[in-house]
Design a protein around this ligand. Structure first.
Ligand code: KIV
Ligand code: NA
Length: 263
């Protein structure tokens, strides 16, 4: 297997082949997902929640992200590794966006970066792409703007559909290689997917996107609560909790370690 490159994602769209993306924040899950054939991994700023226990993605910094990106790149020999530009690392200017994206590439070893926003961020995308860094866009519900958007809610219902379509188009015209559509109605996502030449990656955006992405702790059933757009493909939370209870009980009653675990 060769390393996934951004042009492969375009080839898959052109051939009508769908693909799945997962987040990862450490070398071991990265290796498992890479081995399982997941072609692209996202070191999302959802690390704020899943790794660092923060209530939103707002407080997480590039300094938090860089070591996680390094770990995922180290664990995944085939996947395209995309790293999120965090809130506060690209809003001020095109120069700030390029500087931050360069950090994720140079210090983290990322193969591409992702940033949130459409029409309002087109200039940032253009600048980062001009620096030679592939950019994935992210429109619809953008968690970094949670407070501006009035909480976790579907974007692009009714008359607001036009804004989501315009945002996705702006991202594509600015040179992004792909765009995440988060929590938008399935019919709006279908329209965007058929309009844009670049692949769309849906999360809570229906079945007609070119690809899907999920946070791994959500898809694996480790997260305590998830949105209704998540399907649990495993029950890792129960598996781990049962293992921890069994281990503790065996230590208490003296059945672990047994002779075969001892020297
Ligand atoms: O940070 C993240 O995990 C994301 C995906 C949910 C798209 O941005
Ligand atoms: Na993110």
């Amino acid at each position: 297997r060769r390393r996934t490159r951004v042009h492969h994602l375009q080839q898959w769209k052109d051939a009508g082949e769908k693909w799945a993306m997962l987040t990862s924040y450490d070398a071991m899950t990265a290796a498992v997902f890479d081995e399982a054939g997941i072609p692209a991994l996202l070191v999302g700023d959802s690390a704020a929640n899943t790794v660092y226990g923060m209530p939103t993605t707002v407080p997480v910094t590039l300094d938090h992200m860089v070591p996680l990106v390094r770990a995922v790149v180290a664990g995944a020999p085939h996947a395209l590794v995309v790293a999120d530009l965090v809130f506060g690392s690209y809003e001020a200017s095109d120069e700030q966006a390029v500087h931050s994206a360069v950090r994720l590439m140079k210090e983290g070893g990322a193969h591409a970066v992702k940033l949130e926003g459409g029409v309002a961020r087109a200039s940032r995308i253009r600048a980062v792409v001009a620096a030679g860094i592939p950019v994935m866009g992210h429109v619809g519900f953008t968690p970094q703007a949670e407070h501006a958007l009035g909480g976790y809610r579907v974007q692009g219902r009714g008359d607001a559909a036009a804004q989501v379509v315009a945002d996705a188009k702006a991202v594509a015209e600015a040179g992004a290689f792909s765009v995440v559509l988060e929590m938008v109605p399935a019919d709006v996502a279908r329209q965007v997917t058929s309009t844009l030449a670049i692949p769309t990656v849906g999360i809570g955006a229906g079945a007609d996107c070119d690809a899907q992405v999920l946070v791994w702790q959500d898809f694996a059933g480790l997260s305590e609560r998830t949105g209704r757009f998540v399907k649990k493909f495993a029950d890792v939370r129960t598996t781990l909790a049962d293992a921890a209870r069994t281990y503790a009980a065996e230590v208490r009653e003296g059945s672990f370690p047994a002779d075969e675990h001892s020297f």
